[in-house]
Design a protein around this ligand. Sequence first.
Ligand code: GDP
Length: 421
Amino acid sequence: MAAVAVERPPAEEKVRTLKLSGHVGFDSLPDQLVAKSTQNGFTFNILCIGETGMGKSTLMDTLFNTSFESNPAPHTLPAVKLKSHTYELQESNVKLKLTIVDTVGYGDQINKGDSFTAIVDYIDKQFDDYLQEELKIKRSLSSYHDTRIHACLYFICPTGHGLKSIDLVCMKKLDSKVNIIPIIAKADTISKSELTKFKQRITQEIKTNNIHIYQFPTNDDTMAKVNTDMNSQLPFAVVGSTDFVRVGNKMVRARQYPWGTVQVENESHCDFTKLREMLIRTNMEDMREVTHQRHYELYRKKILETMGFTDIGEDNQPVSFQQTFEQKRVEHREELQRKEDEMRQTFVLRVKEKETELKEVEKELLNKYDARKREHVDEKKRYEELKKRLEDERAEFMKRKHQVSTQQLSSHAMTLGKKKK
Ligand code: GDP
């Protein structure tokens, strides 16, 4: 079959802009896109990292204005476990498949050194699952349930001092894998002036330790001002609640104390609405995009590079996937051949060693046989000499016996003769 050559304009060729003389209809493309996306629905996956009892489940219920019904975790787990729950939510005609992942037992162990390991493994596993789907011959990415983490809410304990070392280590390990949004949990337990200083200290520590936290995008003019402002207010100080309190003629989410009421959605009480606005309303799509285009790309690049794939060869020329695959196959075959040769040589050497060993044993046995044979011959000779001596002695004895009996006979005859006379 003849190959069809597709002519492409050279890169430097100018693309002409034409004015249409009437309506054609491709201005509906964005609408088509919206309709298709709405029909397919969206996925969004949130990872909540924070110590047990930090208010993670309460905040999720507050954020999505529902009750996800989770059981409180004990403080006695021997290791950190990640538990995910997926929910189908619908707002107007938009469907959202939401997965909330909780880090059960985080910070509860005596040795907190590797609390992050389970989290890193979980994030990588979701990337790997996606990569495997991409590499399949018959892939179905449109219906694939994407479980990659889009937003990681890091719950900071409201100590008023600064970040704990477990926070710094964990955030550093994750900053190239997920969009980290640090939040100060249970912000109603810290006073306003303390909170300002606490925020400054946290921001300073994050900067000093070179931790990259997620920045709300500022490249879109419509959102640039708001997002820049919000970036400067990170980490958000949030309050969560499952209780409703009547304020005026409205029921609002709040926490009630003997001295007053903390309203979750009141901006002068906490940053909850800012978090909800930024996370869900304004930047959800950006986080999905950053996850796919930055974090997943980085993971994919690393994995393919460790597998030996590269875009540019030693001679600075582009290398295709096929070429690398062929080269890898050749290398693999050579490696197998080398191993086979090595094994054969080892086998031959072992056989030779065994042969020499057996020859030595045979020689030893022959020597033993010869010695025994010589002993036997000597013994036989000795017995024969003994036998000969015995026979000689017997002959001598018989001779003597005969002589004695002859003497006795003649003396008897003489005695008889004398009596007759
Ligand atoms: P998780 O283990 O991190 O999921 O924590 P939970 O959501 O189960 O909350 C543990 C406890 O903290 C519960 O008694 C909540 O009522 C309480 N709590 C949750 N959020 C807040 C908050 O913002 N402020 C205060 N003071 N308490 C909170």
